[in-house]
Write a protein that binds this ligand. Structure first.
Ligand SMILES: [Zn+2]
Length: 442
C-alpha cells in the first residue's frame, strides 16, 4: 500500500475529493485515566483504528476524508500522545498517526450530532497497564502503619465531589459565554478545599481537570473510594431566561426501580458488593430484597443531606424550588452511596451567569454545601468513622432550631441536651455549636 505524508495545510486543496468527508477540528482531552481525541466530521465516517509497535503508534484511517484546516493548539503535556502526523492514503483516505508515549489500547466510536456539535469520531486511548483507573485504596481506609496491638483506627468520612460535564462536554453555556463545566469545577475545588480543613473528612474529586468522565464511571469511582456521600455539582439552563435559583435533586423512585432491575439482571455486578453484601450467592428474591433495603436507606440518607443543603442554600441566596426534587439522573444511581445533585443556579439567566462566574459567589455556594454536609454527618456519623467514635457529635444551631427540635433530631431528651451543654435555660442561638451526648456509649 502506498502511503505518503504531506502537510495538512494542503489537504483541502485536493481536487479529487470534492465529496469527501471533512474533518473540521480536532480536540484532545487528558485525564488521569487516559487521553480522548475528538474529530469533528461533517457526516458519518467509516473508520478503522489499530496500533503499531516499535515505536508505539496508533493509526486512525478515515475513509474518503480530508482535513478542512490544519491541526493546531493541541496541548500534549498531560496526554499519552507525543505528536500527530497525517497523510493521505491512495489519494482518497485520510490516515492519522498518533505517536504515543507508551503502549495504549484505543477504543473508538462515532457520536451523533447534539445541539452544539455535529458528528464526532471519538478515539479513547488508555494505557495498557492502566494503573490510574482504579484508586489503589480509599484514602481513608489505608491500614495503620503500626503493629496490631494498636486498636483499629477510625476512618475518615469520604465525600466524593463530582464536577459535572468536562472536556468535550461543556454542559450549559451562558449568553455571556460562561461554561457549566468550568463553573462546576471551580465550585467543586472550593468545596474540596473547605472539606480538607475539616478533621475527620476526606474529600475526593471525581474529576480534577478539564476532561470527561462517563456517568457510570463517576458512580464507579465514588464506590471505589467507598464514599459516604456523592455530591454532583452543576449549573442549570432553561429556555426561559428568567428562571433562577439553585436546586437540589435526589434519585426518583422510578430511577431507583430501573436501576434495581439493571443490577439484578446484569452480570456486571458479579462479585460486586452492595453495602458490604454480595448479591452473587443469593437467590433472586433475597437479592432483590437486599438491594431494595440498600436503595431505600440510601435514598432516605440522600433526602436528609439534600434537605440540609437546600436549607443552607436558601440562606445564602435564591433557591429555584423550596423542596428537594426527584429525578432519574444516572449519576445519582449508586445503590449504596447517598447521592445528591446540586444545580447551583441558572447559567441561562444573565444575572446568575455573572454571579456563577464570580469567585465570591462560588465561595458562598461552596460554604453552603459545606455547612449542609457537616450538619448531616454530625447527625448521622457513619459507623467506624472518627466522627462516630469521638463521642462528641456536634450540632451547629441553625435559624429556627429549638432545643426540643434538636433533641428530637438526635432522639435524646431536651433536658439531657441542656445539661450536656451547661445551658441555664432552653434558649439557644443560631451559629452556636452544641455537643450532642451519646447515650449508651455506642
Ligand atoms: Zn449539568
Amino acid at each position: 500500500m502506498k502511503f505518503k505524508y504531506f502537510a495538512v495545510l494542503f489537504c483541502s486543496f485536493l481536487p479529487t475529493l470534492v465529496n469527501a468527508t471533512q474533518v473540521n477540528a480536532v480536540r484532545m482531552w487528558s485525564s488521569p485515566e487516559g487521553t480522548r481525541m475528538v474529530f469533528d466530521v461533517d457526516r458519518k465516517v467509516e473508520h478503522n483504528v489499530f496500533v503499531l509497535k516499535d515505536p508505539d503508534r496508533v493509526v486512525i484511517d478515515l475513509q474518503h476524508t480530508v482535513f478542512a484546516s490544519p491541526i493546531t493548539d493541541l496541548d500534549y503535556r498531560e496526554s499519552l500522545v507525543k505528536g500527530i502526523r497525517t497523510g493521505s492514503q491512495d489519494n482518497n483516505n485520510l490516515r492519522v498517526v498518533l505517536d504515543v508515549k507508551s503502549n495504549v489500547t484505543p477504543k473508538s466510536f462515532l457520536l451523533n450530532p447534539t445541539n452544539q456539535y455535529g458528528y464526532r469520531l471519538v478515539v479513547d486511548l488508555e494505557p495498557v497497564n492502566g494503573h490510574a483507573a482504579t484508586p489503589a485504596a480509599s484514602p481513608a481506609n489505608t491500614a495503620p502503619a503500626y503493629g496490631s496491638a494498636i486498636p483499629q483506627q477510625s476512618r475518615d468520612i469520604v465525600v466524593a465531589i463530582d464536577a459535572g460535564h468536562g472536556g468535550e462536554d461543556p454542559g450549559a453555556i451562558g449568553r455571556g459565554g460562561a461554561r457549566e463545566k468550568e463553573v462546576a469545577l471551580s465550585i467543586a475545588r472550593k468545596l474540596e478545599a473547605l472539606l480538607r480543613q475539616e478533621r475527620g473528612i476526606t474529600p475526593v474529586m471525581i474529576r480534577s481537570g478539564d476532561y470527561y468522565v462517563s456517568l457510570r464511571g463517576r458512580i464507579q469511582k465514588a464506590r471505589q473510594y467507598k464514599a459516604d456521600l456523592f455530591i454532583s455539582i452543576h449549573a442549570d439552563a432553561f429556555t426561559n431566561e428568567k428562571a433562577q435559583g439553585s436546586s437540589v435533586y435526589v434519585l426518583s423512585q422510578r430511577g431507583a426501580s430501573s436501576e434495581a432491575a439493571r443490577w439484578l439482571a446484569a452480570s456486571e455486578n458479579n462479585s460486586d458488593l452492595i453495602g458490604g453484601v454480595s448479591l452473587d450467592d443469593k437467590d433472586d428474591l433475597l437479592a432483590s430484597v437486599l438491594l431494595d433495603l440498600s436503595q431505600n436507606a440510601t435514598l432516605a440518607a440522600s433526602m436528609d443531606v439534600g434537605g440540609r443543603i437546600l436549607e443552607e442554600l436558601k440562606q445564602s441566596g435564591q433557591v429555584h424550588k423550596s423542596q428537594v426534587e426527584h429525578a432519574g439522573f444516572v449519576v445519582l444511581k449508586a445503590p449504596d452511596v447517598p447521592s445528591i445533585l446540586v444545580e447551583t443556579g441558572f447559567i441561562s439567566n444573565r444575572q446568575e451567569e455573572s454571579q456563577l462566574r464570580s469567585q465570591r459567589h462560588q465561595q458562598r455556594i461552596a460554604s453552603a454545601l459545606l455547612q449542609g454536609i457537616k450538619r448531616y454527618f454530625n447527625s448521622n456519623p457513619p459507623a467506624g468513622t472518627l466522627l462516630a467514635s469521638s463521642g462528641k457529635r456536634q450540632h451547629l444551631v441553625a435559624e429556627g432550631d429549638t432545643l426540643s427540635s434538636i433533641a428530637r433530631q438526635y432522639s435524646i431528651s431536651p433536658h439531657l441536651l441542656q445539661s450536656a451543654n451547661g445551658l441555664s435555660s432552653d434558649k439557644i442561638k443560631a451559629g452556636h455549636t452544641l455537643i450532642i451526648p451519646v447515650i449508651g456509649g455506642s
